[in-house]
Design a protein around this ligand. Structure first.
Ligand code: GLU
Length: 281
């Protein structure tokens, strides 16, 4: 199998040390396996994505010594592809329109009950208010959700292989966990034409990604991706969730942490080798 991996940043802020680690690790793993490293720009959230940040990504990654084939895949160019694939899920009767806003969801969720989880990898677990609505009622203000209970009934056993140090091994995805702890995830967000989960599985398949290298903050989302791959008949890559780079207080770095941005280190005269050393590569 050809080893193909990718780095998939969203151009919503400056790349920081954590991104540098993820991208360098992915390219190192590709080189060690005589494989390929791809770059993908995850910019479906056009309200937060900026050309300025996209250009800074190319600049920073080039400075770090990374190379990648062109043209670069950009999610904003692929909305029609996402719509086409979504139709498969609609045809299977797994998608419904939801008009609930955050306040509606809070209200319907009611008071927290002991032993009943409130939040999953996709935020608050949806209480199901709109679950009986049909796609013929879908309006332009609606989001589209996956009926998780129906979805898990349509797939066989779900498994994936993880090679990241903390969780390495073969994993089963528990269908009950998907229903109880994840719930009816959003497949198409308002004004976006897609969602992270839908786009990422389609892109990874279309780019023939064999190994997904990304931060362990996305480990919980992987069960959703494995489910969508099974529903869509797409292959499941090997996953490698790496540890996160943290600041001195142990907090994970965020896009707003300009203090740790690669651009800032560059401006202060650091070299790409210095950045490698800082992230332990
Ligand atoms: N675009 C995501 C981010 O910037 C990464 C998605 C992934 O690697 O699956 O956090």
């Amino acid at each position: 199998m050809t080893f193909i991996t990718r780095f998939a940043p969203s151009p919503t802020g400056p790349l920081h040390l954590g991104h540098a680690y993820s991208a360098l690790l992915a390219q190192d793993m590709a080189s060690a396996n005589s494989g390929e490293f791809l770059l993908r720009i995850e910019d479906i959230d056009q309200s937060r994505s900026r050309t300025r940040w996209e250009n800074q990504i190319y600049d920073d990654l080039g400075w770090l010594g990374l190379t990648w084939p062109h043209p670069v895949m950009r999610q904003s160019d692929r909305l029609q592809r996402y719509r086409d694939v979504l139709q498969t899920l609609i045809n299977k009767g797994l998608v419904y329109p939801c008009r609930c806003n955050r306040a509606d969801i809070e209200l319907a969720a009611g008071a927290p009950q002991e032993g009943v989880p409130q939040f999953g990898p996709d935020g608050r677990i949806y209480p199901g208010t709109c679950r009986q609505r049909s796609m013929t009622e879908a309006g332009s203000d609606d989001v589209l959700r996956l009926n998780m209970k129906k979805a898990v009934e349509q797939v066989d056993i779900l498994t994936f292989r993880e090679t990241g140090a903390t969780n390495s091994g073969d994993h089963f995805v528990d269908p009950d966990d998907l229903i109880r702890l994840v719930g009816d995830i959003i497949l198409v967000r308002r004004d976006m034409g897609s969602s992270y989960h839908l786009s990422v599985v389609i892109d990874d398949a279309d780019q023939k990604i064999s190994h997904v290298v990304r931060g362990e903050d996305l480990l919980e989302a992987t069960q959703i991706h494995v489910l969508l791959q099974a529903l869509l008949g797409l292959p499941t890559p090997v996953y490698h969730h790496h540890n996160l780079i943290r600041d001195d207080t142990g907090k994970r770095l965020a896009k707003r942490d300009d203090a740790r941005s690669i651009a800032k280190y560059r401006a202060e005269g650091a070299s790409a080798q210095d950045i490698r050393a800082m992230v332990g590569l």
